[in-house]
Design a protein around this ligand. Structure first.
Ligand code: DMJ
Length: 489
């Protein structure tokens, strides 16, 4: 299960830090001009715009027309997968070859994308995909998988597809997968191991992290609700509790923990990868199941996060890296994964912070015209090894949720910037490709399944009018699979 490998390409930035900061706190009137500036500076070698023949046409004015354009981009990416990688986990969009994470396929992109095909109204493609999954997907495989990824991409996808279609086969597959993942929770602490063999149940990887331990309650909770078997919910809930009980005296968690001993291995605290969706699921576990204890756990953590992990700078609000015990500030690093937080804060009604942090995420996007994996926000530079963009959704997810909660057109303007940049730099003739280095816009041969499952879904919903499939009543999993407390209408 290898992610894309990014090249080591020198920076191209000529602007000073002050110039960048000045361009990063745009008021509404400045957003479009800034976007044009960023597009102009983003690809010194001519980039993908040159490859695809120059300037892209402007986006339509009407939100519904932009939503339709996103639909067409979704279809474009889906068609590339359908044509070149059907029956496999992923498309490699530059070599136009299929890619499987393991020796045997788990149909990752098909399962991850199916509820999106349904929500965006691609009925024929959805029917064909549903039939293919039901006929061909099997979890009786002698392969070692990453428990977290399989849960969020596959179990979450199957549950959403079941709620949207009522097709019993999806619930059968979800139950089978849920059962196969259960032995992962048989550690001394009840926190799940990182890996499991789907056929033998053999576990490995005792060093895990809050995100991978704490991102189960939505999927396993819904599996219990739909099957009537409480075991899944119980195991996910116990894992959350075990993790919460190991918080520091100031209410923070670290980055790596041993699920056998319960000892922290890395005591760095932040809101990015390896911690992010633990916090997200405490809040959303309350939203979906009304579990008031989860809300209290979220409240305690998020107050500590605001107190110790937030960095107030002259250019705005950021969240960096601190020591989980002392709160000592360790690094001024913020990234594409951290950008989920404004959306979750918005759902909790913490709008002022959410708005300010989203502006920082937007500044990160505009630094080079597409966000890198991370920046050092004290210098507004990209650290070594963090210049890639793997088509991540989080800053778009936050724009969607902020727009939903505030109605402020600012967030659709951000969405236009995101969509234009994706079309200009990440679109290929046959699909979409990750960006190896946002300073050069060189593309990478990867199209993660979350590009369809999350990035384009949130972009579509940001502009869609009405309430397709009563989506406003759904709670989105961390992989953007909507789950409805009482099913979609
Ligand atoms: C997705 O698989 C999920 O959103 C996860 O929580 C974080 N990483 C990717 C997207 O960036």
């Amino acid at each position: 299960m290898n992610g894309p490998v990014f090249g080591d390409i020198p920076a191209c930035q000529a602007r000073t830090r002050e110039d960048r900061i000045a361009g990063m706190r745009p008021d509404k009137a400045l957003i479009l001009p800034l976007f044009l500036i960023c597009v102009g500076c983003a690809a010194p070698d001519g980039g993908d715009a040159a490859k695809s023949g120059g300037a892209i046409p402007p986006l339509p004015a009407e939100p519904a027309a932009v939503a339709e354009q996103v639909r067409q981009e979704f279809l474009h990416a889906w068609t590339g997968y359908r044509k070149h990688a059907w029956g496999h986990d992923e498309l490699r969009p530059l070599s136009l070859a299929p890619h499987d994470w393991h020796d045997q396929t788990l149909l990752m992109t098909a399962v991850d994308a199916l509820d999106g095909l349904i929500l965006l109204g691609f009925d024929d493609e959805a029917s064909e995909t549903a039939a293919y999954i039901l006929e061909n997907l099997s979890f009786d495989r002698d392969i070692e998988v990453k428990t977290f990824e399989i849960n969020i991409r596959l179990l979450g996808g199957l549950l959403s597809s079941y709620q949207l279609t009522g097709e019993a086969g999806f619930l059968d597959l979800a139950r089978d997968l849920g059962d196969r993942l259960l032995p992962a929770f048989d550690s001394a602490t009840g926190m799940p191991y990182t890996f499991i063999n789907l056929q033998t149940g053999e576990v490995s990887g005792p060093h895990s992290n809050p995100a991978e331990i704490g991102t189960w309650i939505l999927e396993y909770g819904m599996l219990s609700r739909l099957t009537g078997n409480p075991i899944y919910h119980e195991r996910a809930r116990a894992a959350l509790q075990a993790l919460f009980d190991r918080r520091s005296a100031i209410g923070l968690v670290g980055t790596v923990i041993d699920v056998e001993s319960g000892e922290w291995q890395d005591r760095t605290s932040h809101v990015g990868g390896r911690i992010d969706s633990y916090y997200e699921y405490l809040f959303k576990g309350w939203l979906l199941f009304g579990d008031a204890e989860l809300k209290a756990m979220w409240d305690l953590h998020i107050a500590a996060v605001h107190e110790h992990v937030a960095f107030e700078q002259s250019d705005g609000l950021w969240y960096g890296h601190v020591d989980m015990d002392s709160g000592e500030k360790l690094a001024t690093r913020y990234g594409a994964l951290e950008a989920f937080l404004p959306g979750t804060l918005a759902l909790d009604g913490q709008l002022e912070r959410a708005r300010r942090l989203q502006q920082s995420g937007f500044a990160m996007w505009n630094l080079h015209g597409i966000e890198p994996e991370a920046i050092d926000f004290s210098t507004m530079t990209v650290p070594d090894g963090a210049a890639g963009y793997v088509l991540r959704p989080e800053v778009i997810e936050s724009a969607y949720l902020l727009h939903r909660e505030t109605g402020d057109p600012l967030y659709r303007e951000m969405g236009r910037t995101f969509l234009s940049a994706l079309i200009q730099h990440a679109r290929t003739d046959e699909a979409y490709a990750a960006i190896a280095d946002v300073r050069t816009m060189e593309q990478a041969d990867s199209m993660e399944s979350f590009f369809l499952a999350e990035t384009l879904k949130y972009l579509y919903l940001l502009f869609a009018e009405g309430d397709p499939h009563s989506i406003s009543e759904a709670v989105f999993t961390t992989e953007a699979h909507p789950l409805w407390p009482a099913g979609p209408k």
